[in-house]
Design a protein around this ligand. Structure first.
Ligand SMILES: [Zn+2]
Length: 230
């Protein structure tokens, strides 16, 4: 499989793996490394794909529903309904799935707590990055933004624009539509919290050879972002 390496000054014990669509077992339109079980793909093939991910334990998968809920993975939960998680446990693998929404990885500068968040426009509007940083417990924090849909391919209406008080990340086009830059908005939110932020700049829609994109393909697979402490 292929994965992206984050360009951030994380401590040596912090490990990140971000899978793109290549090197898996699924067929079109999920070809090939689809990690999503709720997107219509063959469950056995998804299981094979998940098993091929080189992480040190069963990932802490979430039932993502575009909320601002951040789950503490160190407390046994009855459900996994949430769009972010944190852990202080060495070897516990946090996971997030995306296909256009912005995946954000977090670590404390000290390398003693990590987190992930799934941030589409709704998550950003509702404050999923704020709840994740809060759950990281007031530590000095670094963040890395993985691949999301870029402003080149992301157009939203006034309803979405109206959910944000800042002008950052929006450029008005024709017909009261706006191009939206998830990276710019996330970076502004994170930096307002004192989080040093890295990554960004890719577009999942632009590169169909590497990335799944829901906006481009509709029925498609999901990529995965994983973070853990050694
Ligand atoms: Zn694009």
């Amino acid at each position: 499989m292929n994965s992206l390496l984050p360009d951030w000054p994380a401590p040596m014990n912090i490990k990140v793996l971000f899978s793109d669509r290549r090197g898996g077992f699924s067929n079109t339109p999920y070809a090939s490394l689809n990690l999503g079980v709720h997107v219509g793909d063959d469950a056995d093939l998804v299981a094979c794909n998940r098993a091929s991910i080189d992480v040190p334990g069963e990932p802490f998968w979430l039932e993502q529903t575009h909320t601002d809920i951040c789950i503490n993975a160190d407390i046994e939960a009855t459900d996994r309904l949430g769009d972010a998680s944190v852990t202080r446990a060495t070897g516990k693998v946090l996971a997030i799935m995306v296909a256009d929404c912005l995946p954000v990885m977090f670590t404390s500068v000290a390398g003693d707590i990590v987190g992930v968040a799934h941030a589409g426009w709704k998550g950003l509007a509702d404050g999923v990055l704020f709840s994740t940083v809060t759950a990281l417990g007031g530590n000095s924090v670094l963040a890395w933004m993985g691949p999301a849909i870029g402003p080149c391919h992301y157009t939203v209406g006034e309803d979405v624009r109206a959910r944000f008080s800042s002008d950052t990340g929006f450029v008005e086009g024709s017909d009261k539509k706006f191009s939206m830059d998830l990276y710019a908005i996330a970076k502004e939110q994170l930096e307002s919290l004192g989080v040093e932020t890295y990554g960004g700049g890719l577009c999942t829609y632009c590169d169909s050879s590497k990335f799944f994109s829901y906006r481009r393909d509709g029925v498609t697979g999901r990529m995965g972002g994983f973070i853990w402490m050694e």
